[in-house]
Design a protein around this ligand. Sequence first.
Ligand SMILES: [Fe+2]
Length: 258
Amino acid sequence: MSYIKSSVIDEKGYVILDAYDQSADPKEWLDIEYVEWNSSGVTRFAPLASAFGEVEVNGFWNHTPPRTDKDGVWIDSAVAKAPNLVRRAQEPGANVGRCRVIELQPNEYANTLYNLHQDDNNRLNPDGTGWIVRGFFNLSDDAESFMTLREDRFDPTTEIRIALPAGAQIIVDTQRFWHAVWHKGPEPRYCLITSWESGPELDAYIAKYNGTSEHTNPPLDQKIIDDAQAEVQRRLAERSAALAAQGKVDKGPVDPEA
Ligand SMILES: [Fe+2]
């Protein structure tokens, strides 16, 4: 047995869909309820669908009984305030797990690289069912910011940078890619993130919106890359040393959204 995957996503690990006309919709993401999550204290999430329909963003496997990132329960209060966001998350007709808006504060490229992580979406996902991937619909207009993907965490030559103007729509295998967003600001970035189950419904949706992995990276000065790489190594060494001083082993990055 193996997971059902979308061949068009699986080819390169991501697809870019036609842009959505974000300007036609009200800014529903400013009306819904945000909760702080995990250690950062900076990034916030506003859930639209959660494990049991509560306003919380914990991984479904952390609930009782634990389950994979499917069969999210829509949150009544959020659905009432964000009907367009819900409609867009439901449009593929694929099973939806977690669905939420992320609010991300501006950061630096070195932060982005330090924050690169792989998601754990497919924990407890039964073999033979659809592989869980994530849709990213940029809501705020962040044309100078980039969804940053790497096949190899420390190899900048594997990096893919996709610009995030309002209406950008990307689907990513976030368990395959190391990923984070380089958000230059100055305002917070808002993005609708939806966990979808791969299968014929998602394939049809990708085809309808001309999903493609044809993409040319915007240029980035080699010195900026080199400096950020060095800064990440410095921070990681500092972190390992701090943990070692406490008798702890650095287990590496964990999924900050889990
Ligand atoms: Fe992630």
